[in-house]
Design a protein around this ligand. Structure first.
Ligand code: DQA
Length: 527
């Protein structure tokens, strides 16, 4: 799709954006290091592990690469010393050397923390950014700024450490929740306001809400946003001048994100609020004409943002320790109009206080329901040992359909019901447990056929009862009519229902039951 390049004083960093899938990513990674064959540590969060991480790991290994895998709990609140240590411990215990490579698959949190781990482990090892979010693709993965948060400020502990390359698979955006998509667009809006030319013109018409853009527009915007960032970083890699402009909306934005509590507002949402504050301040400083400020604020407010309960005092307190403060003076990125930004450190304290109060009113009056979540119900369909052999395995008991036939059946049925399915299968108990644990970050419910682990695995039962997602136990045959050792199921009483003995038709029965349960429309007689 697009091959961009970031040229710094010491390095040329290819940035590829492609509708490629995990197989494409694996091949790209392999070809980057073809003659050297280093070892890799692939790191992602647990949600991405379920959706992409495990399959990327499998593809990388099938390319003959030596890859360790690690998943981390998701969320901005995890971008801390404890998580950093987990990554460093893994690198150290697995004897990674300076020749080896860290692969960071995920959004801004994952690229920031892994880039930072790569910058300090063994005095710096190579890393590749594999962004899976809008924000990651247009901003976090480009430019080599890596960091973790400190309790006093976001991204306070960090380093500049450029990745070897950035490989962005656009297909991964399909699984973002709407909130992530629209908040990721904050960095595109920021870039457009700084650029003020073609990108701004286009965005002005489209509006700031990425959920109203078509898929093609979103992809095109990501590419333009990435290009705009590349240009700025290539002229000022270490933020000694122009790159500071990229902090538009971040001074109040970072403070807001911190004070609201990480996870209450996303980074992008806080930056959207912060950009409104920057426009307000620009007008009050006499830099921006009133009519431009009014029009810009109206345009920005077409995007409704979530509410957070913050006070002006707490917001002001969070400001001075922001890392952009220079000898006690706060540095602000202001605008006289889109395309004409300015760095200012002369905003009077009274005006900052007034702005904090103005901003707090807005943030407290934001949207009540903070998450406009996915509408389709998401179901993980999990298969245990020997079910990969379906089709040839004892067809007189299990039928002649293969596992992929069954997956197509489920897919078709789920589509009719407006649901989304994800299929995972494994012959290994531990892997099945990992999928179940990771499901809590993505799925609304699970259909599981644990195969023979049904009759042996206390661990599977524990995993299901720990995550408490509505689950259906499914068997193609009817184990109660077979050998006695199949009569006991360890998972039965932690599942909503057991569907057995219906062959492949059982999946539609299980899906219908689970979806009715999830939508609260289950009749009294069902069960
Ligand atoms: C099974 C029944 C189990 O007893 C058996 O070990 C399987 C398949 C079924 O789908 O009928 O592997 O779960």
């Amino acid at each position: 799709m697009s091959v961009l390049e970031l040229r710094t004083a010491s390095k040329l960093i290819p940035i590829r954006i492609e509708c490629g899938g995990m197989e494409w990513l694996a091949r790209e990674i392999e070809s980057c290091f073809a003659p050297q064959r280093p070892r890799f540590l692939l790191v992602c969060d647990e949600r991405v592990a379920l959706l992409y991480g495990k399959s990327l790991h499998t593809y990388l290994e099938s390319c003959g690469l030596s890859v360790e895998f690690m998943s981390l709990p998701p969320g901005e609140s995890e971008k801390n010393f404890r998580t950093l240590k987990l990554i460093l411990d893994k690198l150290a215990h697995k004897n990674f050397s300076r020749k080896d490579v860290l692969l960071a698959l995920g959004g801004g949190v994952i690229t920031d923390i892994n880039g930072f781990a790569a910058s300090i482990y063994a005095r710096g090892i190579r890393w590749i950014a594999l962004p899976t979010t809008v924000l990651g693709m247009v901003d976090a993965s480009i430019g080599g700024k890596t960091a973790i948060n400190h309790e006093t400020a976001k991204n306070l502990i960090g380093a500049f450490h450029q990745p070897e390359c950035v490989l962005a698979d656009i297909l991964t955006l399909k699984t973002l929740v709407p909130r992530e998509t629209r908040s990721g667009a904050a960095e595109i809006v920021k870039g457009a306001l700084l650029e003020g030319g073609a990108i701004w013109m286009e965005l002005q018409d489209e509006g700031p809400d990425a959920l109203t853009w078509s898929e093609a527009q979103l992809f095109a915007m990501i590419e333009k946003g990435a290009r705009a960032k590349i240009e700025i970083v290539s002229r000022d890699e270490f933020e000694s001048g122009e790159r500071m402009l990229l902090n538009l909306g971040h001074t109040f934005g970072h403070a807001l994100e911190n004070v609201a509590g990480y996870g209450t507002l996303t980074h992008g949402e806080a930056v959207f609020y912060g950009m409104q504050a920057a426009v307000w301040l620009s007008e009050k400083m006499g830099l921006m004409k009133k009519e431009i400020a009014v029009a810009l604020l109206l345009w920005m407010q077409t995007l409704s943002l979530p509410r957070a309960n913050v006070t002006a005092e707490s917001l002001l307190q969070a400001l001075p320790s922001d890392k952009k403060a220079d000898q006690g003076k706060l540095r602000w990125i202001l605008l006289s109009k889109p395309g004409v930004p300015e760095i200012r450190d002369d905003v009077p304290l009274e005006l900052v206080q007034e702005c904090a109060a103005w901003l707090c009113d807005r943030v407290r009056g934001g949207e009540e329901v903070s998450v406009r979540e996915h509408s389709a119900k998401r179901i993980l369909i999990l298969h245990g040992p020997n079910l990969n052999l379906l089709g040839t395995r004892e067809p007189e008991i299990y039928g002649s359909q293969t596992l992929s036939d069954i997956e197509s059946l489920c897919e078709t049925h789920a589509q009719k019901c407006g649901a989304e399915c994800l299929f995972r299968s494994s012959n290994h108990e531990g892997e099945l447990i990992e999928y179940i644990q990771w499901a809590r970050h993505w799925a609304d419910g699970i259909i599981v056929n644990p195969g023979a682990y049904t009759h042996t695995s206390v661990a599977l039962r524990d995993a299901l009862s720990a995550i408490k997602l509505p689950t259906i136990e499914l068997h193609l045959s009817d184990p109660s009519q077979r050998e006695e050792y199949r009569h006991h199921s360890f998972i039965r009483d932690v599942c909503l229902r057991t569907v057995s003995g219906h062959g492949a038709d059982g999946y539609a029965i299980a899906l219908d039951f689970l979806l009715s349960h999830l939508s609260g429309t289950l009749g009294q007689s069902a069960g």
